[in-house]
Design a protein around this ligand. Structure first.
Ligand SMILES: *Cc1c(COP(=O)(O)O)cnc(C)c1O
Length: 411
């Protein structure tokens, strides 16, 4: 089996397993797709790669090369972006509990927009900007009362989210007052992010309509950022909407709503993370022992929740194959279990596969988002290498952690 014409056996020999493999062309095509279709003649548009989905230097380099904007949520992500000279004016900085150090670093380095989550953050930001004598553009994260996850979305009075403020609340009013009275912080608009792995575009429409009603209360042309969360294909239960359709519908909705309300905006932004990298990613494992229990058959792999915590964290589903046996009869119902000391360390449960032997390679699909970025050293597992493949070539992007690196910070 090959990805981008690079043989998986060859990758296993060269880099070992577990191994994160990314189809670089697929990532670039996804970025190009959004950049091509998310456009309007009525307002500016921006595509931010939400880098928490997969954050390594190389993806920041690719995003930079493509002219994407960036969404960062921590000092660590900002620092990684900085290390490849990403233009800070193209970065939006998120987070509900940004530290003094993080805000100072962002402002000093000329961050484009800070997405302010709450009143206390704005007060701190204002004082830091005063100290540095810098002005800073901000947008306010508002809780629009739309919450979406996979196939369902609900419009609620869900007022207790840890993210954002309620439009028109006391805190919100105080935030606007600070902006009005400050020489340092400049209010530019709104941000909302309603969830993840969303397939129903009506949810985004509902959120966008809310933001536009809020924008009506302002004379200035605002920036509206409707976040990320576009669904991807993990298994055949998922039917994602292609990015050209997503783009078309969001742009059209926005244009229509603006016309209806008779207002203009400066910019509409979206923040795809998962939908840029998930389907471009694969994880390659080696099967070790197999085992039958009275009711189950297990294939044990040399990784698990340390490289992919999503099944344990939220029952995420994946597809997989035994490399080289893709076309053999799938006559074994098996559970793919990791090697961690946790009963919940199961990557895929009750899944039909051919008979596997020790030493066979197992590949899981759509592991490009929130796999590497959520990886851990639990059980002192070593973080796997990350390799990009394109056009018959492989490129190491992050090498496997070493045992010495595992203990080097310990006294
Ligand atoms: C997580 C997140 C995103 C990206 O979500 P995806 O599901 O990966 O597209 C975008 N914006 C914000 C504010 C987020 O928290």
């Amino acid at each position: 089996m090959k990805i981008q014409n690079v043989d998986l056996m060859y990758l296993k020999k060269k880099y070992g397993t577990p191994l994160y493999i990314y189809d670089e062309k697929h990532i670039k095509d996804n970025m190009d797709g959004f950049l091509k279709y998310f456009h309007s003649s009525k307002f500016k548009t921006e595509i931010l790669y939400a880098s928490k989905a997969f954050s390594v230097k190389e993806i920041y380099r690719i995003a930079k090369e493509k002219g994407m904007n960036l969404d960062c949520v921590s000092l660590g992500e900002l620092y990684t972006a900085k290390s490849v000279d990403f233009d800070f004016s193209k970065i939006y900085f998120h987070g509900n509990n940004k530290s003094y150090e993080e805000i100072e670093y962002a402002v000093k380095n000329g961050i484009g927009i800070i997405v302010v989550d709450n009143l206390m953050e704005l007060e701190l930001l204002d004082s830091i900007c005063a100290k540095l004598n810098k002005t800073q553009e901000i947008i306010i994260r508002v809780n629009v009362g739309v919450s979406a996850h996979t196939h369902k979305f609900i419009v609620t009075a869900h007022v207790d989210s840890k993210f954002g403020v309620l439009y028109g609340s006391d805190d919100y009013k105080k935030m606007i007052e600070i902006c009005n009275n400050s020489k340092f912080v400049k209010f530019k608009g709104f941000h909302s992010h309603i969830g993840s792995q969303i397939f129903d575009l009506e949810a985004f429409r509902a959120a966008l309509v809310k933001l536009i009603t809020y924008a009506k209360d302002y004379k200035e042309k605002l920036i509206l950022n409707i976040g990320g969360g576009f669904g991807v294909h993990y298994t055949n239960e998922d039917s994602p909407i292609p990015f050209n359709k997503v783009s078309e519908i969001l742009i059209k909705t926005c244009e229509e709503e603006l016309a209806k309300e008779n207002i203009e905006i400066e910019k509409l932004a979206i923040e795809p993370g998962r939908s840029i990298v998930a389907e471009a990613g694969y994880t390659l494992y080696t099967i070790g022992f197999t085992k039958k229990t009275p009711n189950k058959e297990y294939y044990f792999i040399d990784g698990g929740m340390t490289d992919n915590i999503r099944p344990a964290l939220y029952q995420a589903k994946y597809d997989c194959d035994i490399v080289g046996k893709e076309n053999e009869p799938r006559n074994h119902k098996v559970t793919i279990a990791g090697k961690c000391c946790e009963s919940g360390d199961l990557i895929i449960e009750d899944y039909n596969l051919p008979e596997a032997k020790t030493g066979d390679l197992l590949i899981t699909y759509t592991t490009g988002a929130y796999g590497y970025s959520m990886s851990s050293n639990y059980n002192k597992a070593l973080t796997p290498a990350v390799v990009f493949v394109e056009d018959g070539k492989d490129k190491l992007v992050s090498r496997r952690q070493t045992l010495d690196e595992l203990i080097e910070r310990e006294i």
